[in-house]
Ligand binder design. Sequence first.
Ligand code: BGC
Length: 550
Amino acid sequence: MLDQTTESLPLVQNRNDWWKGAVIYQIYPRSFQDTDGDGIGDLNGILNRLPYVRSLGVDAIWISPFFRSPMHDFGYDVSDYRDVDPLFGSLEIFDELVRRAHSLGLKVLIDLVFSHTSDCHPWFVQSRSSRNNPKADWYVWADPNPDGTPPNNWLSVFGGTAWEWETGRGQYFLHNFLATQPDLNFHNAEVREELLDVMRFWLRRGVDGFRLDTVNFYFCDAELRSNPALPDNERSDDIAPKVNPYNFQRHIYDKNRPENLGFLRAMRGVLDGFGGRLAMGEVGDAQRGLEIMSEYTSGDGLLHSCYAFDLLSGDRISAERVAAIMHRFNVMAADSWATWAFSNHDVVRHATRWGLSEAAQKTVLTLLICLRGSVCLFQGEELGLTEAQLNREELRDPYGIRFWPRFRGRDGCRTPMVWDASAENGGFSDVKPWLPVPEGHRRSAVTAQDSNSDSILAHYRKAIQLRRDWPVLKTGGLLELRAEGPILSFHRGAADSRLYCAFNLGDEEKEVSMPDGNWSVLFGTGNRPSGGALRLEGWSCVIAGEEIGG
Ligand code: BGC
């Protein structure tokens, strides 16, 4: 049994702290809403659907990359940081989107991919052209070993060596992802200054902050030392699937470098100059994720929050597991602010990953909403969408194509949003979409759930509203955390108000005794009183409130 406390923060939030405890809705633009009839979503589509997003009750949207890109990694390979790809729209439409979102009370976060660019970026085109051009040192270049092999053992997350040969320079360049995604050289001060200026460009356009892609990959070891091997028993599939040899190394030299902290401080300096803007880092590391998260968010001078991978992994959700994660977080990262998520554009949708029934999806969402930290939801999870089962010919993700069939890549979670159960392609597009809309998804469309008060969609709205109504769920302490069999329980507390939260994360009905005091049930699913206790059906929950001193 685990039992520990966390300090609570003042419940009246400073306006600049809007992100503390916020619910953020992730939009993957390619798959949200097509308005120009090319089968690919666009910014105009997001603009048109903002009232729906607002109806969920979320505080902010995070839009995955929409910058100019050859789309080898679907926008995570940027060829111009200061422009919108014509596929998605224009800067004018983006500005209008920000205006409209703000008028609806929604903050806008964009996704900055700084660790690497596209190989089509003019910086790289110039850099690769010779060893002595003005951008020659903007990427990570290295001579081959005397036997012609790459300079060290670093591997790409997407498979194979992380080094690609460039005949023109007679050198290798580093790519932590695709060979068309060369890594920028953060040891070069001009590179760092240029990227800070990209941030200013978007902050001036009114964005409320950034999700920082692969923030722990920015710097690599200046001496390019090889990573040590990772023993078999320490490997996990949190970041890369088990079949990927990337998991066979301890990533101490290719990423997670201490020099990164200086740049994060400089980023924070830029953000603070604008006020109330958020830096939320994506820290991908299977072994040291929490530790790095804590390092990057401690104090007031670095990132505000980091995006935690712990609940994005394949390990099934259970009371014991969630309690262990919260416990580790408290021990290792007590003064950090986590952002928790179950699904995103990189992992198998959690309804499928954890094999959850509709009742179970409602329960785990309620749990997410009750955790201390901020929350990221991924488009479509509020409809209960499952992972789409695509065949080999339908795949678009180079990662899945490479590791098929042992790992099927990320297309299954990126299929289009479904708006209208009776429309072709679920109302996403009038033409064949870039990824298919599974028939089962169409039946879960917004129109099929909107007016049904028992639907998953309705439950998401109610649970998010609960968090709005009870600030203690955003910033209160998390106390008396316990895992007993399938029951996870904790209190969210502050001086004058306290909530008791209990979740049955198992199939069988269980009884929970309410803590001492005068509690009344505020919210929940599948629970009923039984004497002085409560019976919780399999995969159900209860949130009860107590006024202290009232
Ligand atoms: C993004 C991925 C992307 C990778 C490389 C990630 O963590 O979320 O979608 O492929 O960074 O940019």
